[in-house]
Design a protein. Structure first.
Ligand code: FDA
Length: 395
């Protein structure tokens, strides 16, 4: 006889562990199946090893989805403060870095330990190094029989928490998407998000040797703007502003950088002309951004001369270029370095309150596998916790 569970959860990542501990605390018999050798690998590597585990400013507006309303219910029922309460109960020290982003003072390991301890206290079984061989639905729509490399189990509910495609070396797989398709679900096209952009040809050559230079910018594309640091890399550009805008950018889209963020470029140039008439543009710009970058701008994109020699139309042109400098990206670094996967299981076919499939009773989708993707800054974990909790109270 196969062992019987109330819920089998495929994937021991952020969403799967949250779902497991929530269901376990309700007295449900829960099994987590994780194919990697340990659970929570992405949590461990997140936030530079300190896990940006939530964002206190989380709202549905911080997420991308074909249906922007879908995430509202789960986010409202499990808030950042609910997760913070658990973190505090486990005496994990944390701090706010910027813009509501909460990080562990010590290590992401503490977040994984907290989730696993909660699972153990709730009687959850976790099988690591365990792969799914085949899943068979029970007769009359009653549950699932899950055949794994560690034996077969039966379960009333099957929760897909297998995450997205980013960082395949950490255990990411297309399992959830394939399973969803197999049960007749629509899977919206997936692509890498929160990912560095690549440059090619002359665009790359012009910046490549500035690799390591960082500057504040406002990156804008398709009606979205993010103000934060940009980092020039060997292959292109990265940094928080670029990672954020990458989720809204697709090849061919117009991407602009305001190189004087927070300032009116024309006012600033006029002030510089009045106050430093003999100074050259590259010197003046070098006080507002890294000198090497200012010099490169003046060599390749702007005409350099003493400020007093610019006439009004020229200043206007300078201001226009500096506040909307076109960045011609050729692509992204892809899933190898992306933090998240955009797209995924279509939310139209999933209940927003329970995360249960509208096609297959007892089948649930949570976390990144669904077409809900957060901005950079702790929003993706908050979605994993909230959607995991929503399914955890339902299974
Ligand atoms: P997650 O990927 O966490 O878990 C899925 C699990 O399923 C994995 O353990 C995987 O091995 C397992 N699995 C896959 N296929 C399987 C199969 N067939 N059988 C069994 N198991 C299977 N977010 C944030 O809010 N703050 C941050 O600081 C960061 N930092 C960060 C850094 C880096 C480098 C990355 C790549 C990502 C982040 N993120 C982040 C994003 C965040 O990690 C991500 O959104 C969540 O982990 C998603 O949670 P899930 O549980 O959905 O997937």
């Amino acid at each position: 006889m196969a062992e019987t569970f109330d819920a089998v959860i495929v994937g021991g990542g952020a969403a799967g562990l949250m779902c497991a501990l929530t269901a376990g605390q309700r007295g449900r018999r829960v099994l987590v199946i994780e194919h990697a050798n340990k659970v929570g690998k992405k949590i461990l590597m997140s936030g530079g090893g300190r896990c940006n585990f939530t964002n206190t400013g989380t709202t549905p507006a911080n997420y991308l989805s074909a249906n922007p309303h879908f995430c509202k219910s789960a986010l409202a029922r499990y808030t950042p403060w609910d997760f913070i309460a658990m973190v505090e109960r486990h005496r994990i020290a944390y701090h706010e870095k910027e813009l509501g982003q909460l990080f562990c003072d010590e290590s992401s390991k503490l977040i994984v330990k907290m989730l696993v301890d909660e699972c153990m206290a709730a009687g959850v079984r976790i099988n690591t190094g365990c792969s799914i061989e085949r899943i068979v639905r029970g007769e009359g729509d009653s549950g699932f029989r899950v055949h794994t490399t560690q034996g077969a189990v039966s379960s009333a509910s099957l929760v897909v928490a297998s995450g997205g495609l980013s960082i395949p070396s950490m255990g990411a797989s297309g399992f959830g998407y394939e399973l969803a398709r197999g049960y007749g679900h629509t899977v919206l096209p997936t692509r890498a998000g929160l990912v560095p952009l690549t440059l090619s040809g002359k665009h790359q050559e012009r910046l490549q040797d500035l690799s390591g230079v960082a500057l504040p910018v406002t990156a804008s594309c398709n009606g979205r703007s993010f103000s934060n640091q940009l980092l020039i890399t060997h292959r292109g550009v990265s940094g928080p502003s670029i990672l954020q805008i990458s989720s809204y950018w697709q090849p061919g889209d117009d991407l602009r950088l305001d190189l004087l963020p927070g300032r009116d470029a024309m006012d600033w140039l006029l002030t510089q002309q009045r106050e430093r008439p003999a100074a050259e543009l590259k010197t003046v710009l070098g006080d507002a951004m890294p000198k090497r970058f200012a010099q490169r701008l003046c060599e390749l994109w702007l005409s350099n001369k003493p400020m007093k020699q610019y006439n009004a139309p020229e200043l206007k042109q300078l201001a226009a270029t500096l506040s909307a400098w076109p960045l011609v990206a050729s692509g992204t670094e892809g899933y190898r370095t992306a933090e998240v996967t955009l797209g995924g299981v279509d939310t139209d076919e999933v209940s927003s309150s329970t995360m249960m499939s509208k096609r297959v009773p007892g089948l649930y989708f949570i976390g990144e596998v669904i077409d809900v993707t957060g901005w950079l800054g702790g929003y993706n974990f908050q979605w994993a916790w909230a959607s995991g909790h929503a399914a955890g109270v339902a299974v």
